[in-house]
Write a protein that binds this ligand. Sequence first.
Ligand code: PLP
Length: 478
Amino acid sequence: MNYDNGHADAAFSAFLQTYPAFETTRHLDDLRASEYARLDTQGHIYLDYTGGSLYAISQLRQHMALLSENVFGNPHSSNPTSLPITALVERARCSVLEFFNASPEEYVAIFTPNASGALKLVGESFCFGPGDHYLLTFDNHNSVNGIREFARARGAEITYVPLVLPEMRVDETQLASYFDLARPGGRNLFAYPAQSNFSGVQHPLEWIAQAQAKGWDVLLDAAAFVPTNRLDLSRWHPDFVPLSFYKMFGYPTGVGCLLARQEALAKLCRPWFAGGTITVASVQGDRHYLAQSEAAFEDGTLNYLNLPAVEIGLKHIQGIGLETIHERVRCLVGWLLDNLLALQHRNGKPLVRLYGPSNTNRRGGTLALNFYDISGQPIDHRLIEQQASRANISLRTGCFCNPGAGEMALGLSKPELVACFNQPTPHLTFDDFRLCIDGKSSGAVRISVGLVSNLADVYRFMQFAESLVDQVSVQVTA
Ligand SMILES: Cc1ncc(COP(=O)(O)O)c(C=O)c1O
C-alpha cells in the first residue's frame, strides 16, 4: 500500500471493509471533535495511551465547577467544610467499586497516589517469611518486580515464570508446576499483569482461580488492562488489583487505587502506622491500634480535592461505553498490525520486527517493535523517537519499565546481563549498558492506541513508518 495523502480515502474504505465493526464506534469521532479538539488543532498524533490516557474538556469543567462553587476542608472531621468533601470521597470510592462490579462485601477500594503506590502497599504489608514464595511472570512492570525486594528481605523464595517468543505469552502447560511451588500453609503471592504494558498480551484471567486453588494470593496488575477492557470483579476474584486513574481517563493524575479482597487484606501486616490509619496511638503507652479496612491503608491526608474527579472520569467512560472503546482499539490495532508487518525494503527484508501477538487475538492496543534498516540492522529506538517527534508523533521507546519482557524480546540472556552488572563501574548508565550488550537492541519502540484514537492517527503513523523503508541507519543526534 502507498500511504501518501492521495491514497488516504482508499485506505479508509479498505479499512472499513476489513473492520466493519469500526462503524459502531463512530460517536467517538464526534466526541474527539467536541471534547479533545486540542489534539487536532495542535496536530498531535498521540500514540502513548499506555503511558497515559487523555482527558475530555468536560471532565475539567465539571471538576473546576465543583471546586469553584464549594468550600472544602480536610475530610474526616465533622465541620461544615469537611463533611461535604468526606461525602464526595466516599462517593468516589463507591463509584470505583460499582465500575468494577465489585461487591462491597467482598472488596474495598483503597485510594493511593498511583498503581505503584498500590503495589508498594501490598509488597510492604504482605507477611512473607522464610520459605514463603513470591511467584511472578517475566512480563511485569518494575513496580511489581520491586515487590521481590520485600520478599527477599524476609527470606521468601522468588521465582520468575518465563515467556515464550514470538507471542510473549506464558507456556500454560508449565504453569501448573509453578503453582505447585506454593508453600503449604505459607504466605504465597503470585503476580501478573492482565495486559502487558510491553507487548499488549492479555494473560488469562483464568489463572486467578487456578493459582488461588493451589494456595496463592493473586495480585492482578490491571493498570494497562482497564483503560480499554472490562474487568468484572463479580466474575473474577483476584486478591489485589492495582491501577492508576490517569491511564483510564487522563485526569486526574496523582490518584490510583488498590482494590483488595477484604479476606486478603485482613491477612496483611502493615509495617507502620500513619496519620489516618489508626484508631488510637500513644507515645507514652508505645502502642497503636490500626483502623479497619481501607482506613488502615490510606496514609495521611488523601488527595481529596482530586477524588471527585475520579467519579467524573468513571462516568465519562461509562457514558462512552467501555465496549465501544475496546472495539475501536481492536480495529485500529488490527489494521496497524496488518499494515506494519507488510512493510518491506526493496530487497525484500522486513522493515519491522514485532514483539508479541501479530493478530488481535487476546491482545490489547499496545505494540512493541523495532525498525530494521535495509541491511537488516536494527535502527536505534532513540533515533526513531527523534524522527517521530519531528512528525509530532508521541510514542514511547526503551523498555517501558518492563525489563523482563524487554530482555525476552531482545534476546538478552542471563549470562550476558550478569556480565554487564558485574562490571567494576560503580553506577551503570544506560549508555554503559548499551555498549555492554553491543550489537543488540537495548530497547524497543512502543505505540499504543486508546480512548479517542482514530484512523487518521494510525494512518499518519504508517506514513511515518513508510518513510523508513529503504533507509540506511544513521546516528542518533544529541
Ligand atoms: C502494567 C503497569 N503496571 C503498573 C504501572 C505503574 O503505574 P504508575 O506509574 O501510574 O504507578 C504501569 C505504568 O505504566 C503499567 O503499565
